[in-house]
Design a protein around this ligand. Sequence first.
Ligand code: HQG
Length: 190
Amino acid sequence: MKENREDIELGKFISLILRHSPDTIGITLDAHGWAKIEDLIKGINNAGKRINFETLERIVKENNKQRYSFSDDRTKVRANQGHSIDVDVELAESIPPKHLYHGTSRRFIDSIMDLGIQKQSRQYVHLSMDFDTARSVGERHGKVIVLKINSITMFNNGHKFYLSKNGVWLTDSVPVEYISLQNKDYLELE
Ligand code: HQG
């Protein structure tokens, strides 16, 4: 099912709460990033937006990137990745594919080719499994460019990779020597 507009708006608010600032609605997350569903629903309603358990259930189920998960007992909910706050969402350490992709803005390229890809405000650098996903991530920042990452060599050289429940690859940083900036990518995106 495709998400309706209200659910998309609520989802953005839920991402803000569960990834960056639970204090926006006066709640706290536990060490593993879980919010009590009861607290979340109450907090969102107190902030003037309408949500009940049914709506939350639909958002968790239908979210286009599967951004959230319920605990097994369905009393808690958390974001699967994307946090800036210091929580441990028990990511699975995994062997990456040969290549991964990172979509970013062209205005960041000089700095990236100087310093590598850094996590900035989030806990990890986010990498995508395929070119098109990376392109849409990069488009959020402006005129996009997609970088190809030599992830298996990074892994073989001791860098750890994690795969989130919703299929996003995460790592601490990507040094310049593993990044290729392909002319082909420029051409495809013109
Ligand atoms: C850039 C979304 C200059 C980096 C997406 C990126 C993703 C540098 C920006 C998730 C740099 C940070 C994360 C350097 C990195 N110099 N700029 N050395 N190193 N950057 O939003 O990867 O839809 O924190 O390239 O789908 O864009 O919200 O990271 O452009 O998975 O679920 O600094 O957010 O998920 O931006 O996106 P972000 P991101 P959701």
